[in-house]
Design a protein around this ligand. Structure first.
Ligand code: ZN
Length: 144
């Protein structure tokens, strides 16, 4: 394992052990998704205000990849506009699929999941929280 992978692993384990923005507030729209093959069960709550992602909360349980990525996502998406958040999520999905992405800077800390592309069995774990957020943002757009 090289140094970079080590660092990525540490970030993932830190978010798993100390999840940020965990616990639902009831102040936003919620989306609940499950990944039966791994036992991941997660709810994402988005609070949108003035066209921006004001707060992201998550709750549930699952593997380290799933739970940590919900925590990382909650930090990365907070404060972004709806369009920015959609672009970040889109790039994240490309990265997980192992596709080349042009604007990897926008992924911020979520870049630590780039290694998941080498483990197809874990891609669902890494994307479930992001899929839940994408659905919520999609709803948001239609209401405009
Ligand atoms: Zn999982």
């Amino acid at each position: 394992m090289n140094q970079m992978q080590n660092l990525y692993r540490e970030v993932i384990m830190d978010h798993y052990s100390h999840p940020r923005n965990k616990g639902l507030t009831g102040n936003g729209k919620q989306n609940h998704l499950r990944n039966p093959s791994c036992g991941d069960d997660i709810t994402i709550e988005l609070e949108i205000k003035d066209g921006k992602v004001n707060h992201v909360h998550h709750d549930g349980h699952g593997c380290s990849i799933c739970c940590s990525s919900a925590s990382v996502m909650s930090e990365v998406l907070t404060g972004k506009t709806i369009e920015e958040a959609k672009e970040i999520i889109h790039s994240y999905f490309q990265m997980i699929k192992g596709e080349e992405i042009q604007n990897e800077d926008i992924l911020e800390e979520a870049l630590v999941y780039q290694g998941v592309a080498q483990f197809p069995a874990r891609t669902k774990c890494a994307t479930i929280a992001w899929k839940a957020a994408e659905d919520l943002l999609g709803d948001q757009h239609e209401e405009k």
